[in-house]
Design a binder for this molecule. Structure first.
Ligand code: SF4
Length: 458
């Protein structure tokens, strides 16, 4: 059998060369580099921000999905969530008077934000509205991650009333064997009903999260899931690679390693998804997103307006991001700051000083240059050498001498190409965007390298 990988020019040798651990670059530097700030205050730059993105982390879930790598707490004690909400609002009030920029993007992530009951969802959004300049309408993006197994239709009404216009649902795979293997049973019928109900209520964008590389998954099964997904026509699809890191994420120890597909099969799945979704009219965006041509994300990808943040690809990059809740990360022009990860630590710090910031990063000029360059690679698949040189204050080939040396195998393997003006990712190289970005990561190489453990590319 001539496999799809071979037809796509992806030999087993090539895949094994680039399949190893590598950061996902939702930020640069990556969050594992963050350290105590020692007097640095990257949040000061919030005052100059003209637009704001707000992220709220709600870490509660009712049951454990074995593949999960999120910061979450599995509990049926609703009182924990209610107390946590008090702490979140206290943290939010700490920002009062420090910024006036309108919020152009609000995202509730988790965990399961729809774990909160309707009264507490209202309490949360109204409380945020007392501190931040929340606007509603089509030119702002209010999104929430919903669990289709537990989301009630009444909650959809509440969310619309509060201004939410984007709904993101975790699907992963409709195949029942896969669902059993990861302890997440969810019927396609429930997803179909919620999708229709959300559309009727005026949600303008519906997004599904799928995962490939899960135990018991194979190409044929994934194709069946994709066919059901295509029939429901979500505006966006994120197709994430399952990162098996049982040494870091305890839940994943419940997954039988033998049942996880190998790198070659995972690439077959990726290729099958690109082909099937492409035939259904979806545009392939960045390294793991798909959108219908009518969705603004597809338009942004076509016109160079795509950006990347901690939630993945986005079209609405604000000047600054304020993250609220346990483990939430905030970002400004000057750097990053991250809250305590554990719920108890978060609660203790908020009670003691109104803030739970535990670590972060102050960007220097070289960080900013590489941050821009890595975003260009991940979003536009190319780097304008003249622009990079302007930012570096030195010719591109000179400033990035070591990086270009590091990239030589990727040039030789036809994954990257360059001329005097541009460094560009080839269609084949798109599968290895993370590897290309990693060549420019100062902290992965040389004296500043650490032994951080990342997920595998494949
Ligand atoms: S995948 Fe989502 S619902 Fe499942 S445990 Fe993780 S955060 Fe909770």
């Amino acid at each position: 059998m001539v496999q799809t990988t071979q037809r796509a020019g992806l030999s087993a040798k090539l895949l094994s060369r680039y399949a190893g651990p590598c950061p996902r670059y939702t930020s640069y530097p990556t969050a594992d580099r963050f350290a105590p700030l020692q007097g640095a205050e990257p949040w000061r730059a919030l005052e100059d921000a003209r637009s704001l993105s707000l992220y709220v982390h709600v870490p509660f879930c009712r049951s454990l999905c074995y593949f999960c790598a999120c910061n979450k707490v599995i509990t049926h004690q609703y009182g924990l969530a209610a107390s946590y909400l008090d702490q979140l609002l206290q943290e939010a009030r700490g920002y009062r008077g420090r910024l006036t920029a309108p919020v152009v993007q609000l995202h509730l992530g988790g965990g399961t934000p729809t774990y909160l009951n309707d009264g507490d969802l209202r309490r949360l959004v109204h409380g945020l509205g007392e501190v931040f300049d929340l606007r509603t309408g089509d030119d702002v993006e209010y999104s929430i991650e919903a669990d289709p197994r537990t989301l009630e239709l009444d909650t959809l009404d509440t969310l619309r009333e509060l201004g939410f216009n984007r709904l993101s649902m975790g699907i992963q795979d409709f195949n029942i064997d896969v669902q059993h293997a990861v302890n997440r049973i969810c019927s396609a019928e429930a997803v179909a009903e919620l999708t229709e109900a959300a559309r009727e209520r005026g949600f303008t964008s519906i997004s599904y999260d799928l995962i490939y590389g899960l135990p018991r998954q194979d190409v044929a099964g994934l194709e069946r899931t994709l066919d059901r997904v295509i029939a429901l026509a979500p505006d966006r699809i994120a197709l994430y690679h399952y990162a098996h890191l049982p040494h870091r994420f305890k839940a994943q120890r419940l997954i039988e390693t033998d049942l996880i597909p190998g790198p070659q099969e995972k690439v077959e799945m990726q290729l099958a998804a690109v082909s099937r979704l492409g035939a259904a009219g979806y545009e392939f965006i960045g390294m793991d997103h798909f959108a219908l041509p009518t969705d603004p994300l597809a338009a942004a990808a076509r016109t160079g307006g795509l950006a990347r943040n901690f939630q993945g690809y986005t079209l609405m990059p604000a000047d600054a991001l304020v993250g609220l809740g346990a483990s939430a990360i905030s970002a400004s022009r000057d750097g990053f700051w991250q809250n305590q990860h554990g719920l108890k630590d978060y609660a203790r710090e908020i009670a003691a000083r109104g803030s739970a910031v535990s670590r972060g990063w102050l960007l220097d000029s070289d960080d900013r240059l590489r941050q821009w360059l890595i975003a260009e690679l991940m979003c536009r698949l190319r780097v304008d050498k003249a622009e990079a040189a302007r930012r570096a204050g030195a010719p591109f080939d000179e400033y990035f001498l070591a990086e270009r040396r590091r990239l030589q195998p990727m040039f030789s393997d036809g994954l990257l190409r360059e001329d005097d003006a541009t460094l560009e990712v080839t269609p084949r190289g798109r599968w290895f965007l993370r590897n290309a970005a990693a060549a420019f990561d100062r902290y992965l190489h040389g004296a500043e390298a650490t032994g951080a453990r990342y997920s595998r590319v494949l």
